[in-house]
Every structure is written in C-alpha cells, then in structure tokens.
Design a protein around this ligand. Structure first.
Ligand SMILES: Cc1cc2nc3c(=O)[nH]c(=O)nc-3n(C[C@H](O)[C@H](O)[C@H](O)COP(=O)(O)OP(=O)(O)OC[C@H]3O[C@@H](n4cnc5c(N)ncnc54)[C@H](O)[C@@H]3O)c2cc1C
Ligand SMILES: NC(=O)c1ccc[n+]([C@@H]2O[C@H](COP(=O)([O-])OP(=O)(O)OC[C@H]3O[C@@H](n4cnc5c(N)ncnc54)[C@H](OP(=O)(O)O)[C@@H]3O)[C@@H](O)[C@H]2O)c1
Ligand SMILES: Cc1cc2nc3c(=O)[nH]c(=O)nc-3n(C[C@H](O)[C@H](O)[C@H](O)COP(=O)(O)O)c2cc1C
Length: 589
C-alpha cells in the first residue's frame, strides 16, 4: 500500500452497492488492525444502521437514499426503509436509526406514516434504551408548524429512552447545504464515537441483489426538455386559466410511471428582476457568489436562483438588520407573528424595497438574504405507455392582484407565457411510488380529482387503456363551470362513451346558486360507491390539500358509516384498513 490507505473497491467494479459496501467494510476492518497501518486508529468499526424516511413527495426519500449510499461506502451495513408500514416493534430491534422526516397538513406526518406515529405515541415505556438515533426534519418555514413532525418524532424517541447521536436539524426548502452539514457531522459522530454507541454488529452476509439503476437526471442535474405543446384547457371567457403543457423526453433516458410528478426549475419574470435591479441602482452584470452555484452575475442569480416573489422571516430579519429598521424589528417579535404574516402574505421583495428604501448598497447583501428558488412539482397527466417520449402536465396559472400590482406564480406563469414551443426547460422526474394503478388490472378504481387534480387520472385512464386493464374506472371531476372549465372534456366524454370510463360524475361548482362539489356527488352515489369499495376498488384523491382533500376524506367516512351502518369509530377503522391495504391514496398539494 504505497499511500497507507486501505484498499477500496472502485465504483465500476462488478458488484452491487451492498456487496461493494460489504467488501469495503471488510477491507477497512482488516487494514484497521494491520500493524503499522496509518489508518489503524481512525477507521471506524462497521455499524448496522437503519435509515428510515417519512416522505410524501420524495425529498426525504432521496436524502435518505444518498445517506444510505454514503454509509455503505464507508463500510457500514445500512438499510433504507420507509416508515410506511413500519412498526415501533421493528424499530425496537434496531440499535442505530437515522430518521429523515417531512411534515404535512397541520404539522402532521405524511399520510402513509400516520399509522406508525399513532402507534409510537401509544408507547409509554422507555423501550428504546438500546437505540441511538438522529432526526433530520424537513419542512417549509412558510407553514405555521415548521418541521413539526420531525420535532415530535425526535422528542418522542428521546422520551422513550433512545439516545441522540446528534441534535435534530430542521431543514427549510433550501435544504442542500443544511443536509450536507448535518450529514458530515452525523458521519463524524458515528465514526469518532462508535465506542460510545450501543452494541456494534458484525457484518451480516449480503445477498446477491443487483444494484438498482439510478435516474440520469435529477433536481441537481435536470434534463433540458423541449416544450412541444401548449394549449389552454379553459375557455377565453373563463375566470381562470388552466393549460396543457407537454415536453419531449424522447432524446433522454428519462423514465416515469403514471402517478409520478414532473419537477420544473423555474425562472423569475425578467421584467420583475429588472425592476428590482433598477430600484436598487445596481448593475445587472455585477458578479455575485451563490453558496451552491458559485460565481455568477446579479441578473442570473435573481432570474434563476433566488426566490424574489415571496418574503420569509429570515429575509425580513436580514433586511431589518442591514438597515437597522425599527418598524421591521417590531414585526419580528414573536407576539407580532400575525402582523408579520399579514405583511408577507401578498407582498414580495419589490414591496419591501419600496416600503423601506435606501437599505441595500451591496449586491452581496441582497443575494445573501434571499432563499433559493425551489423547483415546482406538477402531477404528470400522461402515461408513458400511451404517450411515449412525452411528459404532459396540467397547469393552473396563478395570477392575482395585491397592493396595486398584478402578480403571478413564478413557474405557472413561466410555463403558460414566458417560454415558447421549442424552448428547452430544465425538468426532472419525481417518483410517487405510492400513487400507482393497481397491479391487478381487473381491480376497479375510483378517482376523485377536481381542478388540476384531474392530471394523474388522465394518466391512469390512458395507462389502463394502453395496457388493456379490464377493471372498472370511475372518475369524479369538478370545476367552476361546465361551459368554460371542463378540462379534457373531449377525451373524458369519449372514454365514457366507449365504456373505458365506466362512470363519470361531474360537479360544476358555479353553475348554480348553491356550490356543488365532488364530495356532494360522492354522497349522492353513496350506495354505489360503497359497493365498489366492497368489490375491492382502490380510491385515489388528487388536488387541493387545504380544503378539498379534507372534505373528501370526511365524506368517505360518512359514506362508509351510512352504507355499512357502522359507528364513527368503526368507519374510521374501515378507512384505515383501506389505507393499510394500499387502497386509499392521496396526492394533494
Ligand atoms: C406533488 C405536487 C403536485 C402538484 N401538481 C400540480 C398540478 O398538476 N397542477 C398544478 O397547477 N399545480 C400542481 N402543484 C402545485 C405547483 O407545484 C405549484 O405550487 C403551483 O403551480 C404554484 O407555483 P407557482 O410557481 O406558479 O406559484 P408561486 O410563485 O409558488 O406562488 C404561489 C403562491 O402565491 C401566493 N398566492 C397565490 N394566490 C394568491 C392570492 N390570491 N393572494 C395572495 N397570495 C397568493 C401564495 O403564497 C401561493 O403559495 C403540485 C404541487 C405538488 C406538491
Ligand atoms: N390562492 C388562491 O386564490 C387559489 C385560487 C385557485 C386555486 N388555488 C390553488 O391552486 C391549486 C390548483 O387549483 P385548481 O385549478 O386545481 O382548482 P381548485 O381551486 O382546486 O378548484 C377546482 C374545483 O374545486 C372546487 N372546490 C373548492 N373548494 C372545494 C372543496 N372544499 N371541496 C371540493 N371542491 C372544492 C372549486 O370550486 P369553487 O372555486 O367554485 O369554490 C372548483 O370547482 C390548488 O392547490 C388550489 O388550492 C389557489
Ligand atoms: C401540502 C403540503 C403541506 C405541507 N405542510 C407543511 C407543514 O405543515 N410544515 C412544514 O414545515 N412543512 C410543510 N410542507 C413542506 C414539506 O414538508 C417539505 O416540502 C418537504 O421537503 C417535503 O418532503 P417530501 O418530498 O419528502 O414529502 C408541506 C408541503 C406540502 C406540499
């Protein structure tokens, strides 16, 4: 060994990831005890580590996967498992667990992880004394209950006797740097303090499973997909605009399945960027440094990398500090949260610059106070089996007016207006493995998707047609008005007419005095709905999370109560059983 390092199995050696990790661990172990080896003192013992994730849209899963890979490369025996279907009893068998958990709803776990956490909350005995753990909480600080599920999980495990390997870290949307720092300190703790950690394990034998192929394009390395089609799905006179936007992925190796989402890396509106630069009397081409992408111009940083249309507490804090603005400091005290929320609700950076002028003199200060521009996800509305080489999306264009200014959502207005057919748009696939058509093609499905919630169900319907699936298909669709907002009307009516769509129930909320929503239609058809459930139907819900998904969930419980003659508690058990059997899936946002 000329450099005194232990031998290492290269990435391209003909072994699976697990086999390589095992062999690297073995070599590290052998060389760590070799007399005279320079690494003898520092090479860690191999630990058996469970990497567990609670994820709805895949971010926590992606990070957990990266961590698992790195743990294996360092010779640990790391396993990757979702907390969906996991039990507190299984956790009690582990000695080292790393948990990466995102938050949803009002500070809740992702839907599929609720059963695990409910069971964990019922535990009162300190049964985890032998467990050492670490939690990385994922969230978005624009929500009231920032990272709450990760926080609750961390507290509960500590209360049940488990020992923290390191303190919990909370990640905001701009999470790359926080994740990297947390990972480094976690790995350091694992490797320097292994003797202080509970029970080490010997390497177990590794099976001969082959490594999974990894996606070629990711959020960090997106594919530049040509825009191939864009057309409105709503009529000119509609009160809203929803667009069909299609990309070609024919020249890429990108793969997806019906139910997945497409991640879009947006650009800010160029005229707003120019207005900000002019207001500050900065120069567009002044060089600035970004933490992730390195050196670039101010124009590029504000166009492609930084969030300028929404204000966060951190941004206000930094701006108040630079300008020593007492009125902003007053807004930042915890008792003033509701006033801060009111100020930030419908204002962006440009409003802050006008309301508190003369604060920024250095472009570096501006760049440092803004969060990163996050990708936006769109449920894919095509099926790769029916639309080979294409990814279709269904985009509701966000537009509103506040404080005398017309405003637009960054990504939806860009996709609808600022890019042209032929332009290349950075995209990636965000898998959604829990949102799939049943593997048994004869099983019936009930799809509830008002508004853009129709997107994955258009994909499901095309998928089931292309594969010749003979199970019955029932769609509940709703929008404002039949005349102007019946998205994909021709396709849906044609599928209903030829029998592929067994049932199509429609709820046009504004076509009569009293609002009618999809859940009203579900209730009207309660007996039939319950019959389908008893026949083994899977239920899928997609669209608005804030009200629709909750109301539809309540209606599902009511239908079961009424049709099966069950008590409230028994109906809750019935719906829980549907979830446990993977027959009730939600993709809500
Ligand atoms: C898994 C998943 C799937 C999704 N699928 C789809 C889909 O199929 N189709 C689809 O259209 N969207 C979908 N979305 C939503 C999508 O990702 C974006 O959030 C949406 O398009 C808005 O992004 P934007 O960049 O246009 O707007 P942003 O720049 O993010 O602005 C939106 C923000 O503007 C503010 N805002 C909006 N209206 C008002 C108002 N009237 N007053 C004050 N403030 C307001 C709110 O803060 C809102 O959060 C999905 C989201 C997820 C997580
Ligand atoms: N911030 C905003 O002002 C705003 C406006 C529109 C959409 N959005 C968001 O943008 C996203 C996409 O919207 P979208 O185009 O898909 O349409 P959407 O706003 O979800 O509306 C689709 C249909 O659902 C109806 N609806 C409203 N509340 C409902 C409820 N509680 N239960 C069942 N149906 C309900 C709507 O009726 P009515 O509209 O007639 O009530 C409409 O007929 C959603 O996340 C939505 O929350 C935000
Ligand atoms: C519908 C919805 C609700 C959310 N609710 C919260 C919340 O209450 N608190 C929070 O900190 N983050 C919230 N988030 C942000 C997510 O936790 C965050 O985006 C996370 O990175 C997602 O991880 P995942 O992709 O693994 O599911 C919410 C996101 C969505 C789409």
């Amino acid at each position: 060994m000329p450099n005194n390092l232990p031998p290492f199995i290269p990435d391209n050696a003909p072994f699976s990831e697990e086999q390589r990790a095992y062999l690297n661990g073995l070599l590290a172990g052998i060389y760590s005890v070799a007399p005279g080896s320079a690494v003898a003192a520092s090479t860690p013992s191999s630990l058996k580590i469970a990497v567990l994730y609670a994820s709805q849209s895949g971010t926590a899963e992606t990070l957990a996967r990266k961590l698992t890979k790195e743990l294996k490369a360092r010779g640990h025996v790391a396993s990757l498992t979702s907390l969906e279907g996991y039990t507190p009893a299984t956790l009690a068998e582990e000695r080292h667990a790393i948990l990466i958990a995102s938050t949803y709803g009002e500070g809740d776990p992702p839907d599929a992880v609720e059963p695990f956490f409910q069971q964990l909350c019922l535990e009162h005995f300190p049964r985890y004394q032998d467990l050492s753990f670490a939690v990385l909480a994922l969230g978005d600080s624009s929500y009231e209950h920032f990272c709450k599920f990760g926080i609750d999980l961390d507290n509960k495990l500590a209360a049940l006797g488990a020992t923290r390997i390191c303190d919990r870290v909370d990640c905001d949307v701009d999470l790359d740097e926080t994740f990297t720092n947390w990972k480094s300190s976690l790995l350091e703790r694992l490797e320097t303090n292994t003797s202080a950690l509970p029970a080490r394990t010997a390497q177990s034998s590794i099976g001969l499973a082959t490594a999974k192929p990894t996606a070629t394009y990711t959020r960090e390395n997106p594919y530049l997909a040509p825009l191939i089609e864009r057309r409105p799905l709503t009529c000119d006179v509609s009160s809203k605009l929803t667009m069909h936007v299609a990309f070609s992925i024919a020249d890429s190796k990108l793969e997806y399945e019906a139910g997945d989402a497409c991640g879009v890396l947006p650009e800010n509106d160029h005229s707003l960027v120019s207005e900000i630069i002019d207001t500050l009397k900065f120069s567009s081409d002044v060089p600035v440094q970004l933490p992730k992408s390195g050196a670039t111009t101010l124009l590029n940083a504000l166009t492609s990398h930084l969030q300028i249309t929404r204000l966060t507490r951190k941004t206000i804090q930094a701006y108040a500090t630079i300008g020593n603005c007492q009125r902003l400091f007053d807004l930042l005290i915890p008792e003033q949260q509701s006033h801060l929320d009111k100020y930030t609700y419908d204002r962006g950076l440009i409003d802050l610059l006008h309301d508190y002028p003369g604060v920024l003199h250095d472009p570096a200060d501006l760049v440092a106070m803004l969060p990163s521009l996050a990708p936006r996800l769109y449920s894919i509305s095509s099926s790769p089996k029916a639309h080979a080489g294409e990814v279709h999306t269904t985009i509701a264009v966000v537009r509103y007016r506040s404080h005398n200014r017309d405003r637009g959502g960054v990504a939806s207005t860009m996709l609808a207006e600022r890019i042209a057919v032929g332009d290349k748009q950075p995209v990636y696939i965000q898998p959604n493995k829990r949102f799939r058509v049943p593997t048994d093609a004869s099983k019936p499905i009930i799809m509830i998707g008002p508004g853009t919630g129709i997107a994955p169900f258009r994909a499901f319907l095309h998928e089931r047609r292309a594969t010749g699936a003979n199970g019955n298909n029932w769609l509940f669709f709703g929008e404002r008005s039949a005349a102007t907002d019946f998205l994909y009307r021709d396709e849906l009516e044609s599928m209903r007419n030829d029998g592929h769509l067994t049932r199509l129930d429609l709820a046009f909320s504004r076509d009569q005095e009293r609002k009618i929503y999809v859940q009203d239609r579900m209730l009207e058809q309660g007996a039939e709905f319950y019959r389908w459930l008893q026949d083994g139907a899977s239920v899928y819900v997609c669209g608005d999370a804030s009200r629709m998904a909750k109301d539809v969930d309540a209606t599902l419980h009511t239908i079961v109560e009424q049709q099966a003659g069950l008590s409230k508690d028994a109906a809750t058990d019935y719906v829980q059983q549907l979830k446990d059997d993977h027959r009730y899936h939600r993709d809500v946002y």
